[in-house]
Design a protein around this ligand. Structure first.
Ligand code: SF4
Ligand code: SF4
Length: 226
């Protein structure tokens, strides 16, 4: 297993551990607003006028408003903190952009109003082969080989000059200006944002797990109060 594969593997393990802690945390918050001396479960079915139903409605309110707001506020803080780091111009992200979508699928998405797909297509063109992409970031492609991940398409930007500069810097689209906007993206060691990613990764994992759990709770409670 190469270094990148083992760090992706570690990330999955960390996520599972963090997920379990987040389940406990959300359950504690839900229990804190439980009516006194009430013994029912938040996922049970209750009468419309019962204490249990009131608890479920309060829980949905708390999950949708308070907890979701806290999560998104923390995401915004993580992105704001990124300003303390800088692009060092290694050009890896211009030379190799990966997508689970083919050029045709991206065109379809762009036609249907997907802004990210439109921006992506405005700059990136597909590599002719995986081997060309391998030359840019061999460790990453080796990791895909190991995980047998085959639905990945490789792209590069022709606006990049031979000395790794953007030939249209002033007009580069927002997706170039925002990169990397997700600390869970795989970044090469050469990237100036790698330290940011490493620092904020644990809290990002926690926030992702909380979003998953909050959605699960809301859906499951709503199913029982129909
Ligand atoms: S437009 Fe410029 S910054 Fe954006 S991917 Fe192309 S070369 Fe890189
Ligand atoms: S990979 Fe990181 S350091 Fe390299 S060009 Fe992209 S943003 Fe800049």
């Amino acid at each position: 297993m190469n270094n990148l594969s083992s760090s992706v593997d570690d990330l999955r393990k960390k996520y599972r551990e963090i997920f379990e802690k987040s389940v406990e945390e959300i359950q504690t918050r839900v229990d804190e607003i439980k009516p006194e001396n009430f013994t029912g479960d938040i996922f049970d079915c209750y009468d419309k006028t019962s204490k249990g139903r009131q608890w479920q409605e309060n829980a949905i309110d708390m999950l949708e408003k308070d907890i979701s707001k806290e999560i998104y506020r923390k995401f915004r803080e993580i992105l704001a903190y990124r300003k303390n780091f800088k692009c060092v111009g290694c050009a890896t992200c211009c030379n190799l952009a990966c997508s689970e979508f083919s050029p045709e699928e991206l065109q379809e998405k762009a036609k249907n109003g997907d802004n990210f797909a439109s921006q992506f297509l405005s700059i990136f063109v597909p590599y002719n082969s995986k081997e060309e992409a391998r030359k840019v970031y061999p460790e990453y492609i080796a990791m895909l080989d190991e995980t047998k991940e085959d639905k990945v398409y490789f792209y590069h930007c022709p606006k990049l000059t031979e000395d790794n500069r953007c030939s249209d810097y002033e007009n580069r689209p927002q997706i170039c200006r925002d990169f990397p906007d997700n600390p869970l993206s795989i970044l090469p060691e050469s990237c100036g944002y790698k330290k940011w990613k490493d620092e904020v990764e644990p809290v990002t994992l926690m926030l992702h797990s909380m979003i998953e759990i909050v959605e699960y709770y809301i859906d499951k409670i709503k199913l029982n109060i129909k």
